[in-house]
Design a protein around this ligand. Structure first.
Ligand code: NAD
Length: 353
């Protein structure tokens, strides 16, 4: 008999073009009256818009969110939340801003309303990350799972072309690894296939017209499903490799996922055949790994690690990092094959299969 455990991570999800306008009502629902609004420095205007919608319920804005949640940033944001006696947090932005809200919630237990503006999916997971001394540590804690998510696709219309496609591929990566996760279950399988389908159908439309509202909506819908998969089951080689080399060599997050995904998938293909069939069907291509490469390539994404900042002489260290700590993966970790994987991803080759 098929046996499984399904750890449902429940959040209230409000989905729709313009749903940001409901932020005050959702904050009231949570019983909060002194809310700290978070953003990156470049998107302070988003935070000011939220503060305007909240009126006197907004106690302040902290616009210092940064990639990978540096501990100094987390400490500064926590201090600001304490100073303002905040009783809730609204995070408007990508995974970096959601990550900062999680760092606050982890220590202060404040409820989070997340308003994602990329497809990273952090809003749907109880996973947090903090970077100290150049090392990022991640963990799971139910306190950091946002209570409410407002998915408003109109906020994603300004995402630039490169990041739009890379962030969408980042979301697909969560679902891909969910399909061969050791602890997968029927719900995550359904979410993964539907998430990949929705995003793969939206990518070419976004590449043609960044302001295609239906395509943006489809991508955000898929990102919710893919993020939910990430939050529910364990990830494998692909995420470990992205995490390790992204942190060690300072590579951009979504772009690293995009370059590596076709190759990590090709590496695992022979040991996860039914996942490959599901992925190929969902993206409507003859094969999974080459199909995802082609989807990204045709949409103009950067596909070579050398083009996003990895030097050739760093490949050996990347392989060492991938081999360093064991984790569940469909195919055992083999140094020579991982070396080939990294060389191919560095050059942006099209994988076979
Ligand atoms: P990000 O939040 O750093 O955003 C990337 C860039 O896009 C930034 O420069 C940002 O200002 C800009 N941006 C965001 N929204 C925009 C918009 N609508 N229009 C124009 N520009 C916009 O990066 P990300 O890819 O969203 O998230 C990556 C981070 O999130 C990483 O640190 C990653 O580890 C983390 N993450 C965590 C989880 C989790 O479950 N904990 C899941 C996924 C990602």
């Amino acid at each position: 008999m098929y046996a499984f455990t399904y750890p449902a991570n429940s959040a209230r999800v409000i989905f729709g073009d313009g749903s940001l306008s409901r932020v005050a009502e959702e904050i009231e629902r949570l019983g909060c009256s002194r809310v700290l609004v978070l953003s990156t420095p470049g998107h302070r205007a988003h935070a000011e818009r939220v503060a305007g919608l909240l009126g006197p319920t907004a106690s302040g804005i902290f616009d210092g969110a940064a990639m990978h949640v540096p501990i100094e940033t987390a400490q500064a944001a926590r201090a600001e939340a304490r100073r303002l006696n905040s009783d809730g947090v609204v995070a408007i932005g990508g995974g970096s801003t959601t990550g900062l809200a999680k760092a606050i919630a982890l220590e202060l237990g404040l409820p989070i309303v997340a308003v994602p503006t990329t497809y990273a999916g952090s809003e749907a997971t109880p996973i947090y990350g903090l970077t100290e001394g150049g090392v990022k540590r991640t963990g799971r804690d139910p306190r950091v799972l946002p209570k409410t998510i407002l998915y408003d696709s109109s906020l994603t219309l300004e995402l630039p072309p490169g990041l739009s496609i890379a962030s969408a591929m980042n979301a697909i990566a969560h679902a891909v690894e969910g399909l061969y996760a050791a602890d997968r279950n029927p719900i995550t399988d359904l979410l993964a296939v539907e998430g990949i389908r929705a995003i793969a159908s939206a990518i070419p439309r976004i590449a043609t017209n960044l302001r295609d509202r239906d395509a943006r909506s489809d991508c955000l819908y898929g990102a919710w499903f893919c993020g939910t998969v990430l939050g529910s089951v364990g990830m494998a080689l692909h995420h470990k490799l992205c995490h390790a080399i992204g942190g060690a060599f300072g590579l951009p997050h979504a772009e690293t996922h995009t370059c590596l995904l076709p190759h990590t998938l090709a590496y695992n293909a022979s040991c996860a055949p039914s996942a490959m069939v599901s992925i190929a069907r969902a993206i409507r291509r003859p094969a999974a790994a080459s199909g995802l490469h082609d989807l990204a390539y045709e949409s103009g994404a950067a596909l070579a690690l050398r083009d996003i900042g990895l030097r050739e002489d760093q490949i050996d260290s990347a392989v060492d990092l991938a081999m360093a700590s064991p984790y569940p993966n469909p195919r055992p970790l083999e140094r020579e094959a991982l070396q080939r994987l990294m060389v191919n991803a560095w050059a942006g080759e099209r994988p076979s299969g």
